[in-house]
Design a protein around this ligand. Structure first.
Ligand code: ASP
Length: 444
C-alpha cells in the first residue's frame, strides 16, 4: 500500500446514467484514474441513455414478471444481453459473459426470485467495470447481510465486509444487493446502490464517499418547481435527512446512516462535469452562506389532517396518548402533531389512511369522547431547512412574510425541536407558489 498517498481511501459510487454505455464507462475510468485514492468502486446497473430508453433493472424485473406468468423471457432478455455486449465490445474488454447470461436466464426461469433477477444488473456491470479497470471483483452476496425479518444487518455486514475488503487494495463491489441468512439474494429498495456505497465506505473507513451522478450536486429546491435552483455547496447529514424525508431526491434516504455512524463525508459529484466540486455532506459545519441563511426547501403533497376538538382538553390527562394509540392500532404512523388548547391535530399520509377513515373516527369517539372529529385532505407540507436558522433572527418572519405576500394561507406551522427546520402546511393547490415565494425570499 506504500504507493498510495497517505493510504487515503475514497469509495466511489457511480449511478446508472454514469454507466449507461461505453462512452460513460470511459468517463468513469478517467475519473477513477485521476486519483489513486479511488480504490473501491460501487456501480449501479446501466441506466437510461436517452429519455425513452430502458433501465437494465427494469428489463430484469420485466423478465421476472414474464417468467412468473409462464411467458417466454427471450425477447426482453436479449435486450439486456445487447446492452452489455455493446459495452464490452466498444471498450475492448477481454471478458466473455456468455456463460453468465445462460446461468442468469436459466435461474430466472427456474424461480431464483425477483430480487435475484434485479440484482444481476449490478452484478454484470460490476464484472465489466472490474475487468475494464483491472480491479478485483468482490461479490457482495456473502458480505452484505440481511436478517430473517428482511432488515439490513448493519453490524454483521460491517464485520464481514471490512475483513474481506482488507484483502483487496482495489475492488469493484456491485451495488444494490446482499443476501438473506439462507443465502438467497435480497436487494435494497430502488436506487439502493447508494446504500451499498455508504456501507462500503464505512467498512473500509473511507476518508470520503463520492457519489457520482448526473447532476452538479444537491439543489436548494426541486428544479421541476423552482427554475434553475442553486447547488448547495455544503450540507450537514441532519439537514439532508430533513430534506430527503420531505422528498428531495439525488441520494437514497437510507444511504446516509452507514457513513453517518462513521462520520465520513459524502461528496455528490457529476460524472458529466467532473470539475464541478458538487455538494459536500458533512457531519457538522459552522460555515454557511450568509446571503441565503437557509440550506434548502423541500416538500410533499398528499397529507391529511385529523382534527379533534374538545372543550377543556388541556386539563384531561392521557388525551394525546389515547388518540395516538388509536392511530397506532390502525397500523398508521403519524407525521406531525400540531396542537392547540382545546384542539389536537394529527398530520397523516393520505394514502395510508384511505381504508381506515371510518374506523379511526369511531375509535377516537370511543376513546376520548370529543366534541368534534374531522379529517381534511389536500394538505401539502413544506420544510424550510437550515443549520444557520437558530442563529439568524427573523428567519421565520421572512418565511411567513414571503408566503403571505404571495397571498397564500398557511394552514399549519411546526418547528422541529432542533430549530433546524420550519414546516408549513398549505393547500396542495398553493404548493408550487409557496415554494417559489420562500426560495426567492432567501435567494436573490
Ligand atoms: N439499479 C437499481 C435501480 O434501478 C439500483 C440503483 O440504481 O441504485 O433501482
Amino acid at each position: 500500500m506504500d504507493n498510495y498517498i497517505n493510504n487515503c481511501v475514497k469509495v466511489v459510487k457511480f449511478g446508472g446514467s454514469s454507466l449507461a454505455d461505453a462512452e460513460q464507462f470511459k468517463k468513469v475510468r478517467d475519473i477513477i484514474l485521476d486519483d489513486p485514492c479511488r480504490r473501491y468502486v460501487v456501480p449501479s446497473a446501466p441506466g437510461k441513455r436517452f429519455k425513452e430508453d430502458d433501465k437494465v433493472t427494469d428489463l430484469l424485473y420485466a423478465c421476472y414478471n414474464l417468467s412468473a406468468q409462464g411467458e417466454p423471457i427471450d425477447d426482453v432478455f436479449n435486450k439486456i444481453v445487447e446492452r452489455y455486449d455493446s459495452i464490452v465490445n466498444a471498450l475492448n474488454v477481454d471478458l466473455d459473459l456468455s456463460d453468465e447470461y445462460l446461468h442468469i436466464k436459466w435461474s430466472i426461469k427456474h424461480h431464483a426470485g425477483r430480487d435475484y433477477a434485479a440484482s444481476r444488473g449490478e452484478y454484470l456491470n460490476g464484472k465489466i467495470l472490474a475487468s475494464y479497470l483491472g480491479y478485483d471483483f468482490v461479490d457482495p452476496t456473502v458480505f452484505i447481510k440481511f436478517a430473517d425479518d428482511g432488515l439490513f444487518d448493519s453490524e454483521m455486514t460491517n464485520t464481514l465486509l471490512s475483513a474481506k475488503l482488507a484483502k483487496h487494495e482495489k475492488a469493484v463491489i456491485p451495488g444494490f444487493y446482499g443476501s438473506m441468512p439462507n443465502g438467497t439474494i435480497k436487494t435494497f429498495s430502488r436506487g439502493g446502490s447508494d446504500i451499498t456505497g455508504s456501507i462500503v465506505a464505512r467498512a473500509v473507513g473511507a476518508d470520503i464517499y463520492e457519489n457520482w451522478t448526473d447532476v452538479d450536486g444537491f439543489l436548494m429546491a426541486d428544479p421541476r418547481i423552482v427554475d434553475d435552483p442553486k447547488v448547495i455547496s455544503t450540507i450537514t447529514y441532519r439537514e439532508l435527512r430533513e430534506l430527503s424525508y420531505m422528498g428531495a431526491g439525488v441520494l437514497h434516504e437510507d444511504s446516509i446512516f452507514p457513513v453517518r455512524v462513521a462520520g465520513i463525508p459524502i461528496n455528490i459529484r457529476n460524472t458529466n462535469n467532473k470539475n464541478s466540486r458538487g455538494t459536500m455532506i458533512v457531519p457538522a459545519s459552522d460555515e454557511f452562506d450568509t446571503s441565503s441563511i437557509i440550506t434548502g426547501i423541500a416538500g410533499k403533497k398528499g397529507f391529511s389532517v385529523l382534527t379533534i376538538e374538545k372543550a377543556l382538553m388541556n386539563s384531561e390527562t392521557g388525551f394525546g396518548r389515547k388518540v395516538l394509540e388509536v392511530i397506532e392500532e390502525e397500523g398508521i404512523s403519524f407525521e406531525h402533531l400540531p396542537s392547540g388548547i382545546d384542539t389536537m391535530s394529527v398530520v397523516l399520509n393520505t394514502h395510508e389512511i384511505d381504508e381506515h377513515r371510518k374506523a379511526i373516527k369511531e375509535a377516537i369517539c370511543e376513546a376520548v369522547n370529543p366534541d368534534a372529529v374531522s379529517i381534511e385532505d389536500g394538505l401539502a407540507l413544506i420544510a424550510v431547512v437550515g443549520r444557520a436558522m437558530p442563529k439568524a433572527k427573523g428567519t421565520a418572519y421572512r418565511v411567513f412574510k414571503a408566503v403571505a405576500e404571495a397571498d397564500i394561507n398557511i394552514k399549519m406551522i411546526d418547528q422541529g425541536s432542533s430549530e433546524l427546520n420550519i414546516i408549513l402546511g398549505v393547500d396542495e393547490a398553493d404548493f408550487n407558489a409557496a415554494l417559489n415565494a420562500i426560495y426567492y425570499e432567501f435567494v436573490k
